[in-house]
Design a protein around this ligand. Structure first.
Ligand code: OSB
Ligand code: MG
Length: 367
């Protein structure tokens, strides 16, 4: 397909409530959306950036420069035969996976639409539904956390992920577990502990948690293996995994027993599929993580979460949890903790032009 036109959008959506994690607070989602047009079809992708490099070393403005000046101009006017041709255009550039993921996703959406298949079927998924969990940010008090957990349980989420950080950990989890003895509960530390915190991490073993996500540094794979030897709660890596090769290293070192697969963090669908297959071969349970995406990115997560080896609930909560308004129409439906895809081709959502306009900070046409 000849890539006829590319448009880059910087959108800014206010979260209903600031999302607080071990790395800081997010009040707005500032994503870069990539729209690719070819043969009368339109593909969309999203780089779910944060304004500052808090989660990883990428950030909004660096991503905008990279996409506008050095990636998208090399893609426009090219003939692309398969979505796998996309990364050949930019993979000589190091890192910056979140930014790179947006045009890559748009190509997959485009090619699935050309084949008139929902994206998950284009990726050989055999089901159209998946169980969903929720990621609950750090709350001001234990009481507030208990309220949030109660609401989430009533809403039907199949798994509750609770953010922790030093000072908001053991006491919080102890009380949640006491009130909710049967729920699937896990914690996410967003890299806020160190190897020397092993005694505290061992304490968490008492609360029957499904897993602890990324206790140590965002760039660590080695020390996580030291911790995993000393705790029984399975470690799940997030920040440390930027490629299937990273996952291979983590499996080799026994640094984690579970993998959080984030589409944008690994740079797109091709690398996500490699990671998926690797986890399947190694019997590593897998789930799809989120980055507070708008409806575009969220639609991709819904599709990915139906792949065979994705066996645990993901972070793809319905959009109404995050935003008063979204920029898409349609998409998956949520009932009793399960999302079900529709059977439209590609990612299965339509852009709401009026809303897109309303939330666009900057629109750049690539020529
Ligand atoms: O660590 O998984 C994370 C959001 C932004 C950055 C990192 C993380 C998160 C979440 C929320 O936990 C996931 C979601 O609901 O989209
Ligand atoms: Mg995480």
């Amino acid at each position: 397909m000849k890539i006829e036109k590319i448009t880059l959008y910087h959108v800014k959506l206010k979260l209903k409530k600031p999302f607080i994690t071990g790395f800081g607070e997010i009040s707005h989602q500032e994503s870069l959306l990539v729209k690719i047009e070819s043969e009368g079809l339109v593909g969309w992708g999203e780089a779910p950036h944060i304004r500052l490099p808090l989660y990883c070393n990428e950030f909004l403005e660096s991503g905008k420069i990279l996409l506008e000046k050095y990636i998208l101009p090399n893609l426009v006017n090219r003939d692309i035969n398969t979505p796998y041709d996309g990364p050949k255009v930019w993979n000589h550039l190091k890192g910056n996976n979140i930014s790179k993921s947006a045009p890559e996703m748009a190509l997959w959406d485009l090619f699935a639409k050309k084949e008139k298949l929902p994206l998950n079927r284009y990726l050989n998924a055999k089901r159209d539904f998946s169980p969903v969990g929720i990621s609950i940010g750090i709350q001001g008090s234990v009481e507030d956390l208990l309220d949030e957990v109660e609401k989430a349980v009533e809403f039907g989420y199949k798994r509750l992920k609770i953010k922790i950080k030093p000072g908001a950990d053991i006491e919080y989890i102890k009380k949640v577990r006491k009130l909710f003895p049967e729920e699937n509960i896990m914690v996410d530390a967003n890299s806020s502990y160190r190897l020397s915190d092993v005694e505290l991490l061992k304490e968490l073993d008492k609360y029957n948690l499904m897993m602890i996500e990324q206790p140590l540094s965002a760039d660590d794979i080695v020390y996580h293996s030291k911790i995993q030897k000393q705790i029984s709660t399975p470690i799940c890596l997030d920040e440390s995994l930027h490629s299937a090769e990273d996952v291979e290293k983590a499996i080799y070192l026994n640094s984690c027993k579970i993998v959080n697969l984030k589409l944008s963090r690994v740079g797109g669908i091709a690398e996500a599929l490699k990671t998926h297959d690797l986890c399947k071969e190694n019997n590593i349970p897998l789930w799809i993580g989120g980055m507070l995406e708008t409806g575009v990115g969220k639609a991709f997560l819904d599709h990915l979460s139906t792949l065979d080896a994705v066996t645990l609930p993901g972070d793809n909560s319905p959009q109404t949890r995050y935003y008063d308004e979204d920029i898409v129409i349609g998409g998956s439906t949520f009932k009793n903790g399960i999302i079900t895809l529709n059977n439209s081709s590609g990612i299965g959502v339509d852009i709401d032009d009026e809303k897109l306009n309303k939330y666009t900070v900057e629109k750049i046409e690539i020529v």
